[in-house]
Design a protein around this ligand. Structure first.
Ligand SMILES: O=C(CO)[C@@H](O)[C@H](O)[C@H](O)[C@H](O)COP(=O)(O)O
Ligand SMILES: [Zn+2]
Length: 197
């Protein structure tokens, strides 16, 4: 296959995945945005975590809340748990990589906060432990997953929200996760700061 055909294949697969996702995800995205707005209105915050591309997504989300998305508005409290290398490496070194997010959540999480837990497989051990820690801290969880939701799906309670991308490719799932994150940012701004175009 020549490179141009290969590139077109990626574009078409991404478009198809987004089209299919657009038929099933919007109600879940709306609920997740309302959970986040409720936390922010009650002076709570949003903690985010994931691995690899999903670590990047966590930081992408927190930067858009802390700084801005598409309009001028006050900073909003969000924190990616993926960035402090001293904390991450010491927890992984002294305990286990599975503990790198849960230990931070047990210290920083407050009742009413939201955990944004991102995993394309739903099976990353440290994200699973993060969900358990969040529940222990009386936080709610918005989970961005894919495939069959993995072990994360079965951990979620009725106050949580899973946004499961109907796809099996990690890359395609990640591409929809980023779109979902931008939808969440827009809906948060819309609910907190009023309607815009
Ligand atoms: O970005 C990619 C692949 O597109 C990878 O870095 C990917 O994020 C890593 O393999 C992650 O460790 C996968 O973890 P998860 O999505 O299954 O939780
Ligand atoms: Zn990737």
């Amino acid at each position: 296959m020549d490179f141009q055909t290969r590139i077109l294949g990626h574009f078409n697969a991404s478009i198809d995945t987004k089209t299919y996702a657009s038929e099933v995800l919007p109600p879940f995205i709306e609920v997740a945005s309302q959970m986040m707005v409720q936390a922010l209105v009650n002076e709570g915050k949003i903690l985010a975590c994931g691995n690899g591309g999903s670590a990047g997504d966590s930081q992408h989300f927190s930067s858009e809340l802390l700084n801005r998305f598409e309009r001028e508005r006050p900073s909003l409290p969000a924190l990616a748990l993926t960035t402090d290398t001293s904390t991450l490496t010491s927890i992984a070194n002294d305990y286990s990589y599975n503990d790198v997010y849960s230990k931070q959540i047990r210290a920083l999480g407050q009742p009413g906060d939201v955990l944004l837990a991102i995993s394309t497989s739903g099976n990353s051990g440290n994200v699973i432990q993060a969900i358990q820690a969040a529940h222990d801290r009386e936080m709610t969880v918005v989970a961005l997953t894919g495939r069959d939701g993995g072990n994360m799906a079965s951990l979620l309670g009725q106050d949580d929200c899973e946004i499961r991308v109907p796809a099996t490719s990690t890359a395609r799932i990640q591409e929809v996760h980023l779109l979902v994150i931008h939808c969440l940012c827009d809906l948060i701004d819309e609910q907190l700061f009023g309607a815009s175009e």
